[in-house]
Design a protein around this ligand. Structure first.
Ligand SMILES: Nc1ncnc2c1ncn2[C@@H]1O[C@H](COP(=O)(O)OP(=O)(O)OP(=O)(O)O)[C@@H](O)[C@H]1O
Length: 275
């Protein structure tokens, strides 16, 4: 059994494999699709950052999104998380949750977590405390850090620490972690929030080669249990984790397929990879 499979199986033991029933609203993925973006258009002063973008993500899928600067990758993430409202189109989380009717906090509550390029952890708190705080949501810091953990919470934290390989850093202040470790901690925090879909923006920028390799293993280990959308410019990294790759250009999908398929697509070579 490889490391990813072992982690995934452990994950299933702790969190189960079905829909998360403790959520007030959870995406219905019985048709196998967790994200439906259809004909999404976003204009800024008449310029179409997204132009009738249609894109679907399967439940449990690890999807890489690539494309030249200005292709609309960030704007797409902003639409999914409710930061930007489209002028036209529809965005559904599973079959029943209309993302365009929800606020940003409601979208996060529904199970969509976003990790920005720059890590945003609580630097003065330990790794363990960061995970506790992430799980606590709106509870006060005092109430969270001074109430004893339940056995279930302890199991979850142990499992997340193992997944993000920070077991031996649990009592380390987050501020002194390496850049890569902070990125993993932040992914761990999304896992503590039980994010079913993780949007991850340029996860390996600024990492050492070993950290890049570890990040690939981490993202691959989430496959199946979580849907992960990774936006990344580092093509070697994308190649190392790629399943299905979507190439965005001028606000819509230029090509989609395996890394080999998109790399050999003449349109993609012309506008992006041939640069
Ligand atoms: N708030 C805004 N106001 C005006 N124009 C914007 C705004 N946000 C994005 N844009 C423009 O929309 C286009 C798409 O930007 P976006 O950031 O989504 O691209 P991207 O694919 O993420 O690029 P990069 O790889 O450089 O991060 C760009 O031309 C950008 O300048």
């Amino acid at each position: 059994m490889n490391a990813s499979t072992a982690l995934r199986q452990g994950w299933q033991k702790v969190f189960g494999t079905g829909a998360r029933s403790e959520r007030p609203i959870a995406p219905d993925t019985t048709h196998g699709t967790i994200l439906y973006l259809e004909d999404i258009t976003v204009s800024f002063d008449g310029f179409k950052a997204l132009n009738a973008l249609t894109l679907y993500v399967d439940a449990g899928e690890l999807r890489c999104i690539i494309g030249p600067n200005g292709a609309g990758k960030t704007t797409m993430m902003d639409v999914i998380t409710g930061k930007t409202r489209p002028d036209a189109g529809s965005a559904w989380f599973g079959q029943t949750i209309d993302l365009l009717t929800l606020t940003e906090p409601q979208i996060a509550e529904a199970g969509i977590g976003r990790k920005f390029q720059k890590p945003t952890v609580f630097e003065q708190h330990t790794v363990l405390e960061n995970l506790e705080l992430a799980a606590a949501g709106n509870k006060s810091i005092w109430a969270t850090l001074f109430s004893p953990l339940t056995a279930v919470q302890r199991d979850r934290i142990d499992h997340v620490l193992e997944t993000v390989r920070l077991q031996d850093r649990r009592d380390t202040r987050a501020g002194v972690l390496s850049h890569g470790q902070k990125q993993w901690l932040e992914i761990g925090m999304l896992l503590m929030q039980d994010a079913q879909m993780l949007l991850v923006d340029e996860p390996v920028a600024g990492m050492t080669p070993q950290e890049v390799e570890r990040t690939a293993e981490l993202l691959l280990s989430l496959e199946g249990q979580h849907s992960v959308v990774v936006v990344e410019h580092d093509m070697n990294f994308v190649r190392s984790i790629a399943r299905k790759v979507t190439v965005l250009h001028e606000g819509h999908v230029l090509a989609e397929g395996t890394m080999d398929q998109v790399q050999n697509d003449a349109k993609v070579v012309e506008v992006y990879l041939g640069e």
